[in-house]
Design a protein around this ligand. Structure first.
Ligand code: ARG
Length: 463
């Protein structure tokens, strides 16, 4: 029999040590050591329950607590000696515990498997990260509100098909993103409920023969409930997929806003400026100031979308129960959390570094016949069927275009060629302010409505 210099916890039934290449291929400690503190937290709760149920002695519990406290310090200070030979975070910690406290350390794994342990760790980790992300979303929403508030009367062209459509309040435009981020927050809060259930007690796959109390562990760890089926508890990662889908949506929303910031900062638009500290120059073109941050947010959205597809694909072919495939859940999940956390942090700061250029916005809104719909609506209110009004205005726009002027610059008798219903009250309708003020209902762009929307939003965030 080959000598087992191997210190793997499961090496007893093997005739030869695992090949070096295989060890490196199967080890996860390089990335799952990030779970160390939640792994310790889970172990402490498990050990306490084992002692309360008289499955281990109170002396064992004391030893385990003492050992884990030291390990926690070593992890935090960076002194913990992570070993690839010990495969993953769980076995590294267990081995160290046994070195520190002897047999009590060997008893910690009673009634538990790495399968339910790792599922618990990820849930503890993700629950914490969701709470962070929700706070960061709120901070970004506040930055949006701060920019919107002084800009309810700032007018820019609203686009459809990226063609000038109708004038819109800049604050209203920003508030569209507030709404998106609010739904994103709701999704995280909702997903958290399903993250916050305890797998421990499922053991390897079918449960355990020890008289454990899963509800007690759930209570100690702050889980809302225990997972109801042991096979499901150790094998499904739907909660991670759901979280990543919600994260991909946040990134998608920020990617859309980024696209707009990039356009608005282009001299062709010139609607905003982004503070220099968020931009970079070109090594060859001295005049350049590039909006790198929004461009990277747009780029990183692809990366998070990729993680979502990776996790879905990871899951789709797996039979029950746990399979090693699931070890591949961590890197996409961690990177999703990191990318989104950094993105939200930088985005809130960047929004606070935006300078609005209302004159350029206004000049653009005055081009492209943005109030043509208002003229049509005016005719409808005077009794013309909408389709006829549409036709009359189309002809008026063509006429103005040929003259190279705006609708509001046409004389009254010129306008009357297109409809006898037009009288001199039309000029109030054709202004940008008139167009905005007319859309005075919930969800509309009238400054009065936008002010109310901002007030509602502030209240929502405070609540
Ligand atoms: N490192 C493993 C993972 O991340 C832990 C669970 C391993 N379980 C096992 N029976 N090999 O999924």
């Amino acid at each position: 029999m080959a000598t087992m210099q191997d210190n793997a916890a499961w090496s007893g039934r093997f005739n030869e040590p695992v090949a070096e290449l295989v060890k490196r291929y199967t080890a996860s400690v390089d990335f799952d050591q990030r779970l160390a503190l939640v792994d310790i937290q889970g172990s402490l709760a498990h050990a306490q329950m084992l002692a309360e149920c008289a499955i281990i002695s109170t002396q064992d519990l004391q030893d385990i607590r003492r050992g884990l406290a030291q390990i926690e310090n070593e992890v935090i200070s960076g002194d913990f000696d992570w070993q690839l030979d010990l495969e993953d975070v769980h076995l590294n910690i267990e081995k160290r515990l046994t070195t520190l406290v002897g047999d009590a350390g060997k008893r910690l794994h009673t009634g538990r498997s790495r399968n339910d342990q790792v599922a618990t760790d990820i849930r503890l980790y993700l629950r914490h990260e969701i709470d962070n992300l929700v706070a960061l979303l709120k901070n970004l929403q506040t930055a949006l509100l701060d920019l919107a508030e002084p800009n309810t009367h700032t007018i820019l062209p609203g686009f459809t098909h990226l063609q000038v459509a109708q004038p819109v309040s800049f604050a209203h435009h920003l508030m569209a993103y507030f709404e998106m981020l609010q739904r994103d927050t709701e999704r995280f809060v909702d997903a958290r409920r399903r993250v916050n259930r305890l797998p421990l007690g499922a053991a390897a796959l079918t449960g355990t023969s020890y008289p454990i109390k899963r509800e007690r562990v759930a209570e100690l760890l702050g889980f809302e409930a225990v997972c109801q089926n042991s096979l499901d508890a150790v094998s499904d990662r739907d909660f991670a997929i759901e979280f990543t889908a919600a994260a991909a949506l946040v990134m998608t929303h920020l990617s859309r806003l980024s696209e707009e910031l990039i356009l608005w900062m282009s001299p062709r638009f010139g609607f905003i400026d982004i503070a220099d500290r968020f931009c970079t120059g070109s090594s060859i073109m001295p005049q350049k100031k590039n909006p790198d941050v929004p461009e990277l947010v747009r780029g990183k959205t692809g990366r998070v979308n990729g993680h979502l597809v990776a996790l879905l694909t990871l899951m789709k072919g797996q039979p029950l129960a746990y399979n090693k495939d699931n070890q591949e859940d961590k890197e996409p999940l961690f990177d999703t959390v990191d990318t989104l956390t950094q993105t939200l942090r930088i985005y809130a700061d960047m929004m606070r570094g935006i300078t609005v250029k209302p004159d350029a916005m206004r000049a653009a809104a005055l081009q492209g016949y943005a109030t043509a719909t208002d003229l049509a609506d005016y005719l409808v209110k005077k009794g013309l069927p909408f389709r006829d009004a549409h036709e009359a205005v189309a002809l008026a726009v063509r006429h103005a275009e040929q003259k190279g002027c705006d609708l509001a610059e046409l004389k009254l008798d010129e306008l009357q060629q297109f409809s006898a219903l037009i009288t001199d009250d039309i000029y109030g309708v054709l202004t940008l302010e008139g167009s905005l003020a007319a859309r005075n209902h919930t969800g509309g762009t009238a400054p009065q409505q936008v002010t109310a929307a901002i007030a509602r939003a502030r209240k929502l965030l405070a609540g």
